[in-house]
Design a protein around this ligand. Structure first.
Ligand code: ADP
Length: 193
């Protein structure tokens, strides 16, 4: 199985690049953000709870995230692999996830991290806000999302580096160029497996 974890701050292009990757390598996209937005639309119990955190730009509590992940992955067994987008976002999630994937004998193959300068993150999200219809794409909330990223998610880089799976990519370029940089890493992994 090819299990790719796509990592980076809000606005770094994880969602866009994940879609490119799944198309090229025939994988399944697994985005916690998308799952939560669907649950919110359905007004499910999880959706109503998650919305309270998402609208403030805070992280949804680990317990809810972990339950959603276990439930959704186990329902999709027939696949060549996944692109995980938007999690893990905390150390607890990362530890749980490694344990979960190792027990299924489908460990994470690669962590690809898209690096983008902070000012560019604001530019991209505010640009997207014009038609994204996302309640968390406004300046005040974006500021909090980036603050939360730095405090709770960025420390995971050290965790991934220690596992020798971490591949930083320069994300300060157009979509196709960044995608090229990503496919170089993936193709290189496949060739040397
Ligand atoms: P972005 O990466 O641009 O912030 P996402 O769609 O990945 O967008 O996430 C949107 C929001 O959903 C986050 O700000 C957070 O509130 C919630 N969320 C998504 N994934 C997680 C997660 N793994 N842990 C906690 N909260 C999450």
């Amino acid at each position: 199985m090819l299990n790719i974890l796509i990592f980076g701050p809000p606005g770094s292009g994880k969602g866009t690049q994940s879609l490119n990757i799944i198309k090229k390598y025939n994988l399944i996209h697994f985005s916690t953000g998308n799952i939560f937005r669907e649950e919110i639309k359905k007004q499910s119990k999880v959706g109503i709870l998650a919305k309270k955190y998402i609208d403030k730009g805070c992280l949804v509590p680990d317990k809810i995230v972990v339950d959603i992940i276990s439930k959704n992955i186990n329902s999709k067994n027939e696949t060549k692999g996944f692109v995980f987008d938007g999690f893990p976002r905390t150390l607890r999630q990362a530890e749980f996830f490694d344990d979960f994937m190792n027990k299924r004998n489908t460990p994470v193959s690669l962590v690809i991290s898209i690096e983008v300068e902070e000012q560019e993150l604001y530019n991209r999200i505010l640009h997207r806000a014009k038609d994204s219809d996302r309640s968390d794409d406004n300046l005040k909330i974006i500021k909090n999302r980036i603050k939360v990223y730095k405090k709770q998610t960025e420390p995971l880089i050290k965790y991934f580096k220690a596992q020798d799976k971490y591949w930083p990519i320069n994300g300060m370029a157009d979509i196709d160029t960044v995608f090229n940089r990503i496919t170089n890493v993936i193709d290189n992994y496949i060739e040397n497996k």
